[in-house]
Design a protein around this ligand. Structure first.
Ligand SMILES: Nc1nc(=O)c2c([nH]1)NC[C@@H]1CN(c3ccc(C(=O)N[C@@H](CCC(=O)O)C(=O)O)cc3)CN21
Ligand SMILES: CC(C)C(=O)C(=O)O
Ligand SMILES: [Mg+2]
Length: 258
């Protein structure tokens, strides 16, 4: 007799059901070392394409590849056990249309073991969101500031066009997204979006009215070289590393270590 398999991870249904009940706590992780600590605490881990900027020193997320997302996604899935793991589809891997998006998403799910993918876009991406969700790919949406559009919109500025963001959010919720990121908008826009859709809104730089929040873990722990203006720092891990390596260097140079 074999033991009953127990599902330890949260599912997309668990996340969706938190709307109106409790806030959804999300953070990014790109590596095994960060994932195994974050996994103890949060509901959802995002393997964000921000890894291109945070880990690889790129200026934007446009240069991130599917191979990068698979390598980091697989490490995070291996190093977590209770969290839902979602991997960002990188720029150029889904914008051609539903078929390209399904191909990329299926490859990422097979090669990482992640349970969902995230893609940026509103009305123009609704058909793709529907195509994926109807075929077994849970989709985390992303509206407001969409960093993969940086070259078209000329920067990472806050979005104030509430009518458009509201239409975008409704379109991807209607198309089947299980939740959506709302990035860098006014608190009022985020509140309207949160009231208008029946899936959790996960804010980043979008005020307090969303159903949940997400930040880049390296930003909120003080490890990132550059951070967006809306980040709150909960630790100064970069300073701790600098102090440690300075102490080590002094001891080695003085012959006190080892
Ligand atoms: N480390 C990190 N954290 C993030 O939250 C993050 C990334 N990287 N990379 C992908 C996107 C890009 N994000 C960003 C990046 C910069 C600003 C920022 O500095 N905004 C300024 C204006 C910048 C401009 O005009 O271009 C602002 O005042 O809004 C905002 C969001 C959020 N995401
Ligand atoms: C900041 C979050 C929402 C993201 O998309 C990322 O980390 O790439
Ligand atoms: Mg992203």
């Amino acid at each position: 007799m074999s033991a009953k398999p127990t599902s330890r991870r949260l599912t997309v249904t668990d996340i969706r059901k938190k709307k109106g009940q409790e806030r959804v706590v999300c953070l990014t992780a790109y590596t095994a070392s960060v994932a195994w600590r974050v996994d103890e605490v949060v509901d959802l881990i995002l393997v964000g394409d921000s890894l291109g900027m945070v880990l690889y020193g790129l200026e934007t997320t446009v240069g991130v590849t599917v191979e990068m997302m698979i390598n980091h996604g697989a490490a995070v899935v291996r190093s977590s056990r209770r969290t839902l793991v979602c991997v960002d589809l990188p720029f150029g891997s889904y914008q051609e249309g539903p078929i390209q998006a399904f191909h990329t998403a299926a490859r990422i799910m097979k090669e990482t073991g992640c349970q969902a993918v995230k893609l940026e876009g509103g009305k123009e991406m609704a058909e793709t969101v529907r195509f994926l969700t109807e075929r077994g790919v849970p989709v985390f949406g992303h509206v407001g500031l969409m960093p993969q559009m940086v070259n078209a919109v000329g920067g990472f500025r806050k979005r104030n066009d509430g009518e458009r963001i509201l239409e975008d959010a409704k379109a991807i919720a209607e198309a089947g997204a299980f939740a959506m990121v709302v990035e860098h908008t006014t608190p009022e826009i985020a509140r309207e979006v949160t009231a208008a859709v029946d899936v959790p809104t996960i804010g980043i730089g979008a005020g307090p009215h969303c159903d949940g929040q997400i930040l880049v873990t390296e930003d909120m722990t003080g490890l990132s070289a550059k951070t967006p203006p809306f980040v709150k720092r909960y630790a100064e891990a970069g300073d701790a590393i600098r102090d440690a390596v300075t102490a080590y260097a002094e001891e080695v140079r003085a012959g006190r270590f080892p």
